[in-house]
Design a protein around this ligand. Structure first.
Ligand code: AOF
Ligand code: ZN
Length: 363
């Protein structure tokens, strides 16, 4: 199951709105267990993990065991039920990481297998599976994606200097880690302030992973993202979704839409667009895992709304000093790091930088 879990993890960010599942078909031979089939969830609308693994195993699946990270589905969706495929293939035993939170499945897959006389075990490495499927679960049950907030700050807690453009805060290794994080998310979000100040690309630029770039989301209440920005200029290659308020200028919206940006209009208040509104708009469109990359206002608004599940703070080995822009608008980063709502799951170094990775208790 640990091997299946690692395999499933690789598909994160790649198969939304579906969960990234892995299945291993294992036969007991006279010399011990033999792996005869492995499969992962294909792109949406295509085969699920179990079917891919069964296809690889062929006749060898008869009498074998199937280790699968998520409960096999029981419904006719875009593909027929995986539980049925396992039954028809003559699998003898099924070991399931965790139940599928999708109300259309939710235990029915297990029941279907058991009714067919298959020996089923549920809840193996369940704590890890809950983390793996947190985004899928949140979208199914709470109509919002999993939210990962990444902050990069200087040793004195700043993300930039007033009036100066992008300042390089983190080192090379941190940058690579961040690009690696991006590859495992369905979408990546920034505010218009950051889009205007930094003109970022927000793609995953690790060798061999370019096609793993997430959807790029800009929260831009007045739809003022420049047509000449890198985001707009590259939106045919990697999608850009722009979330604006209902008071945004219709001409601006039209021009952006014409350039290929997916413009999403949502209700906005005097102070901005509520994080909960943003999340529900994204979940409606299939996003299960969202990475938030700033700036200071967006980051603080998600924390204040208690809508951050994972938080990674990378501290670069520089001091910014006078005129520094605090990493969080109106919140103290040190307080957030001590917030009892979060537990520390990892800490260490990315080269000269240090990082702290926190997870919301219970998430
Ligand atoms: C599985 N194995 O690999 C995955 C499952 O629209 P469909 O037909 O592709 O169905 C999507 C639903 O199937 C999804 O919401 C989730 O409940 C389940 N995903 N199930 O047996 C898989 N990805
Ligand atoms: Zn299925």
């Amino acid at each position: 199951m640990a091997a299946a879990e690692r395999l499933a993890r690789r598909g994160l960010g790649h198969v939304w709105p579906n969960p990234s599942v892995a299945a291993l078909i294992v036969r007991e031979d006279k010399d011990g267990p033999v792996l005869v089939g492995r499969g992962v969830t294909s792109r949406p609308g295509m085969a699920h993990a179990e079917v891919n693994a069964l296809n690889q195993a062929g006749d060898k699946a008869r009498g074998a065991a199937c280790y699968v990270t998520l409960e096999p589905c029981s419904h006719y969706g875009r593909t027929p039920p995986c539980a049925l495929a396992l039954i028809n293939a003559g699998v003898k035993r099924v070991i399931v990481g965790m139940l599928d939170p999708n109300p259309r499945v939710a235990g029915r897959g297990v029941k279907m297998l058991e009714d067919a006389g298959i020996d089923v075990t549920v809840g193996v490495r369940e704590a890890a599976m809950k983390v793996l499927y947190h985004g899928f679960t949140m979208r199914q049950l709470r109509q919002r994606p999993h939210v990962f907030l990444k902050l990069a700050a200087s040793r004195d807690g700043y993300i930039g200097k007033a009036g100066e453009g992008q300042i390089r805060i983190s080192g090379e290794l941190s940058m690579r880690k961040v690009h690696g994080f991006r590859a495992a998310y369905d979408a990546i979000l920034i505010g218009s302030g950051t889009a205007l100040a930094d003109d970022p690309q927000l793609t995953c630029r690790l060798p061999g992973l370019a096609e793993r770039s997430p959807v790029r989301v800009v929260v831009d209440r007045f739809a003022r993202l420049p047509l000449g920005s890198k985001l707009v200029r590259t939106c045919a290659d990697v999608p850009v979704w722009l979330i604006c308020g209902n008071a945004a200028d219709p001409d601006g919206i039209d021009a952006l839409a014409e350039a290929g940006v997916n413009v999403i209009r949502v209700p906005a208040s005097e102070t901005g667009i509520e994080p909960s509104v943003i999340l529900s708009a994204l979940a409606t469109r299939g996003i299960t895992r969202l990475m938030v990359e700033g700036g200071a206002r967006i980051a603080a608004s998600f924390l204040t709304a208690d809508l951050v599940d994972d938080l990674c703070v990378v501290t670069g080995d520089i001091l910014i000093g006078e005129d520094g822009i605090p990493a969080l608008h109106g919140l103290d980063l040190a307080d957030v790091l001590r917030d009892p709502r979060f537990k520390r799951v990892d800490t260490g170094k990315f080269g000269p930088d240090s990082f702290i990775y926190l997870r919301r208790c219970g998430a």
